[in-house]
Design a protein around this ligand. Structure first.
Ligand code: ADP
Ligand code: ADP
Length: 226
């Protein structure tokens, strides 16, 4: 059964102009547990709109969005937020870690917000940090870490509550090529270890090729391959 299922999803904007732009037009996409799908798109093609619609941050004008079999189209914001917190992890080009908190605390906080005990949250955070090779950085604040380390902590935070779906928008876009490669490998290992589904937007075609499948967003529609 699919973790993410978009059926005939459409989203349009009109920018106050007479002509409407169909940013998303009849999008069908299914991502299964353990599957890592690369999303490539020319700039302005609607990549962010697609990721935010899949992650329940944005509502489609047409079609349905299902996460773990639940149709969340038209459901209350409260219900959508609950599913988002539990089942969806987001990663962006910039880490957005809280500067005043350590790596460990940045991974603990979303778990506390989700009702997990301090002890359990810390144990999980330590485990995640060890998996990405940052066992010895738990007590460091973001400013004391390199860009690649910061981004690996951001992955751990995204996975803190054990989401079924990871949505990533250019997760290595801000890193030099060598670091991007290492950080990408760490992300792939984390995803593989948890069996979660992932949709990862990237401009890096070499990284895209290393995922299970590539979809390209162009003209409001998804096409298979690059
Ligand atoms: P990408 O992430 O691929 O660069 P976006 O999803 O951010 O693209 O945007 C795709 C198109 O939709 C752009 O033309 C953008 O101007 C338009 N767009 C995105 N969000 C809005 C919005 N809230 N209101 C109006 N137009 C928007
Ligand atoms: P909380 O209130 O616990 O911070 P939210 O319901 O606001 O949680 O967000 C749930 C998830 O959605 C979090 O992973 C958060 O990072 C992400 N999120 C919330 N709002 C946005 C946004 N505007 N852009 C990107 N991600 C967001």
């Amino acid at each position: 059964s699919a973790v993410l299922q978009l059926s005939q999803v459409g989203k349009s904007y009109n920018h106050g102009l007479p002509t409407q732009v169909d940013v998303l037009n009849g999008i069908d996409l299914t991502v299964k547990p353990g599957e890592i799908v690369a999303l490539v798109a020319p700039s302005g093609a609607g990549k962010s709109t697609l990721l935010h619609t899949a992650g329940l941050l944005d509502t489609p004008d047409r079609g349905t969005v299902r996460i773990a079999g639940q149709d969340l189209t038209g459901k209350s914001e409260r219900r959508r937020t609950a599913v988002r917190r539990q089942d969806v992890g987001f990663v962006y080009q910039f880490h957005h870690l809280l500067a005043e908190f350590t790596a460990l605390e940045n991974i603990v906080l979303p778990q506390l917000a989700n009702g997990i005990s301090q002890a359990k949250a810390e144990a999980r955070a330590q485990d995640l940090l060890a998996r990405v090779g940052l066992k010895d950085r738990a007590g460091h604040r973001p400013a004391a870490m390199s860009g690649g380390e910061q981004q690996r902590v951001a992955f751990c935070r995204a996975l803190a509550n054990g989401p079924r779906l990871l949505l990533a928008d250019e997760p290595t876009g801000n890193l030099d090529p060598g670091t991007a490669d290492q950080v990408f490998a760490a992300l792939m290992e984390l995803v593989a270890a948890t069996g979660m589904a992932a949709l990862i937007a990237t401009h890096n075609l070499e990284l895209a090729q290393r995922m299970d499948r590539v979809v390209r967003l162009e003209g409001g529609q998804l096409h298979a391959g690059m």
